[in-house]
Write a protein of this length. Structure first.
Length: 122
């Protein structure tokens, strides 16, 4: 019988937690965690899900789609309009890799620390 576990937090390594938290806060509207600082910043969703950003010395950004520094994981976000989401994310400083395997169903971006993430039509 599987354990009854509920996902409560996701933490991303990065070189600048406050900057990465600000990027995702502007992109998602999640609330900043009041105890965020230069070493660890976070965002909280209404249902309690926490996204944390932890400073790591000598951080090495993933390379999409190159696997010399593998992505290890990525986040997916549902959006109503892919073009509108792309425009806003690029304004916020996201990168858009040339390799886009999702066609018109999803798009791959990279955050300020190089983590790939997808926006999907939802």
């Amino acid at each position: 019988m599987p354990l009854r576990m509920r996902l409560t937090a996701i933490t991303l390594d990065c070189p600048d937690p406050p900057a990465l938290a600000a990027f995702y806060q502007q992109a998602t509207g999640l609330e900043p965690h009041p105890k965020s600082d230069a070493e660890f910043a976070g965002l909280t969703r209404e249902d309690g899900l926490f996204i944390g950003f932890r400073r790591v010395d000598d951080y090495r950004a993933p390379r999409w789609p190159d696997q010399t520094a593998p992505q290890q994981f990525h986040l997916d976000f549902a959006v109503e309009d892919l073009d509108e989401a792309e425009e806003r994310l690029l304004e916020l400083g996201a990168g858009k890799p040339d390799h886009q395997p999702g066609g018109d169903r999803w798009r791959v971006f990279t955050d300020l620390a190089g983590h790939p993430f997808c926006v999907v039509r939802g």
